[in-house]
Design a binder for this molecule. Structure first.
Ligand SMILES: [Zn+2]
Length: 564
């Protein structure tokens, strides 16, 4: 009766009264407690095309968030009634679950972004100025690395240490050219590395010298190792800055969670960020496969983490990459008839590590690119599954780029997740035919065939190797138009997938790939409030214009972490 009477009051009154009642009698007034939750929406987005990823209710118009959780998904009228403290009118834009990038190298990516930026320095003066300004922001003694300078910007004269010595007396500087084939050291760096006029040249490299054989500071190719090995691990202050930079950058691209293919030292950086409450990207921190015993012990004592930072995954490698002809192929490369690529680990080692890790309940995640590497890994996974018995293990194969047609159905049948990076397809597609020939290209980045044969796809970027931009990834998977625009109808067009299929791989599929589908990856009441607002509905625009779409807002755990 009281509740009925209350309906005639203003929403504001009702809210405060209900809150009061709830505090006093939370158990007795079950209905009231529910009403209170409904009325405490912190953020609502209305007039949107909400793609939920939830097959029971794929589309809605609006969504409301309470705290770090999704409160309701429904019509704009229903959601407006909740009286959220902030209501955003999407004006027909699209809302999707926050993108989960299932394959990144997050700390390295952050370092690249947060270090001195020299790529577009157009004059020697600008080059010097940027190094001077950056040096002023880091403690004395800190190495300054990265840079990606390009001396062609100012006519081709190589930089010298004399340009920067006077402005960096307390900082060793070791900045590379954008192609990584040469780098400039200042005098402090050369001293630390003990490179002098007496240092001999290195096979496959060169020390550029001036008068009196004095090094100018430029070291080429293998000679770079002379200084590389003197560079210490960056101090915590720079590691933290790299993490912050990475989180801010991916948030601007709609990414709310990442799976980091990294190291134990990456994990330590994430733990520091988690302890300080600084995380704004959720992280699944994967560590090297051959350290599975250490991970087993860590999980035993500390568990697998929480919604912000999780462990439990291990990353290994079967082979190398296509571009360097180190992908392991069944038949020789088309452009190198005596070469079938290589294994970077023996199949026996991979089997032992996988079996050991799987037995103790850890997830195994292995890189395989060539068709021979993929076949070997599928064999290993199936053998381990047979020997260790049934379990929800979710083996993952990273990249899975060039699959022999006979092996495609094995992913779905064996429950092996294909963790793929669609941007690589439109990048490699410019030259891959030359390396593997048109016949083998048919099983390349075989998104369509994998989905049709029942495989789960998890999409990601491989950042820093490729940009962490899901919208470009969706564009790539849907159009397969190579970056050089030479394949307007798509490279291997029969492997195109739809926008919704690509979205699913970046959300539902990727959440499944880290055992987190109960918490995120779809938009439904009770799930974590990780979501993205895009300025247009990707499913109704021309596929070619998907990459022109812009992220308008990124929300992680109910908090707006990016807004344009
Ligand atoms: Zn990678």
């Amino acid at each position: 009766m009281e509740i009925k009477g209350a309906l005639s009051w203003t929403a504001m009154d009702l809210k405060s009264i209900v809150r009061g009642l709830c505090c006093l009698w939370p158990v007795t007034f079950g209905l009231v407690a529910c009403t209170m939750t409904e009325s405490s929406a912190s953020l609502a987005i209305v007039n949107a095309r909400v793609w939920t990823g939830d097959t029971a209710r794929p589309w809605a118009d609006a969504i409301a968030v309470s705290g770090d959780t999704i409160l309701a998904v429904g019509s704009s009228a229903e959601i407006r009634k909740l009286g959220a403290s902030r209501v955003v009118d999407a004006k027909g834009g699209m809302v999707t679950p926050g993108f989960i990038d299932a394959h990144v190298h997050f700390v390295t990516g952050g370092f690249r972004l947060s270090s001195v930026q020299l790529r577009d320095a157009r004059t020697p003066d600008e080059f010097v100025k940027r190094i001077r300004e950056f040096a002023a922001t880091v403690p004395a003694g800190t190495w300054i690395t990265g840079g990606d300078w390009d001396h062609e910007q100012w006519g081709g004269r190589l930089p010298e240490r004399s340009w920067i010595d006077s402005i960096t007396p307390d900082h060793p500087v070791w900045v590379n050219r954008l192609d990584g084939h040469m780098a400039l050291a200042n005098s402090a760096a050369l001293r630390a590395a003990n490179v002098t006029s007496a240092t001999r040249d290195v096979d496959g490299g060169a020390i550029v010298r001036g008068p009196g054989r004095e090094p100018t500071g430029i070291l080429k190719d293998n000679a770079q190792e002379l200084v590389d090995r003197a560079v210490p691990e960056p101090p915590p202050v720079l590691q933290d800055r790299a993490l912050d930079t990475a989180m801010t950058y991916v948030a601007s691209n709609g990414v709310t969670s990442v799976h980091n293919m990294g190291t134990w030292s990456d994990l330590a950086i994430f733990q520091r960020g988690r302890a300080a409450g600084r995380l704004k990207t959720r992280i699944y921190a994967v560590v090297p496969l051959n350290t599975w015993e250490k991970l087993r012990d860590t999980v035993e004592t500390r568990g697998k983490g929480d919604d912000w930072l999780r462990i439990g995954g291990l990353k290994g490698f079967v082979d190398g990459s296509l571009g360097s002809h180190t992908a392991a192929m069944i038949d020789p490369f088309t452009d190198a008839p005596n070469d079938r690529g290589l294994f970077v680990n023996t199949p026996e080692d991979l089997y032992q590590w996988t079996s050991g890790a799987d037995k103790v309940g850890l997830q195994v995640i292995i890189h395989a690119i060539g068709d021979r590497a993929i076949r070997t890994l599928l064999d290993t996974y199936q053998r381990v599954a047979r020997e260790n018995g049934p379990r929800d293990r979710r083996f993952r194969m990273e990249h899975a780029q060039h699959i022999a047609p006979a092996d495609i159905p094995r992913f779905g049948a064996a429950g092996v997740i294909a963790s793929m990076q669609p941007y690589h397809a439109i990048d490699d597609g410019r030259w891959a035919d030359k390396v593997i020939g048109p016949e083998r290209a048919k099983g390349t980045y075989a998104f369509r065939s994998l989905i049709d044969s029942g495989a789960t796809l998890a999409f990601g970027s491989d950042w820093f190797v490729a940009p962490p931009t899901p919208l470009e990834g969706i564009y790539a998977a849907v159009t397969r138009r190579t970056l050089d625009d030479r394949n307007p109808a798509g490279w291997v067009p029969e492997q195109k997938i739809t926008v919704e299929e690509a979205l699913r791989a970046y959300t539902v599929g990727a959440s499944y790939a880290s055992f987190e589908e109960a918490r995120k990856g779809t938009l439904a009441r009770g799930k974590l409030a990780d979501l993205v607002l895009i300025d247009r509905d990707l499913t109704t625009i021309a596929p070619e214009s998907i990459r022109d779409a812009r992220i308008t807002m990124t929300v992680v755990g109910g908090r707006v972490v990016f807004e344009r």
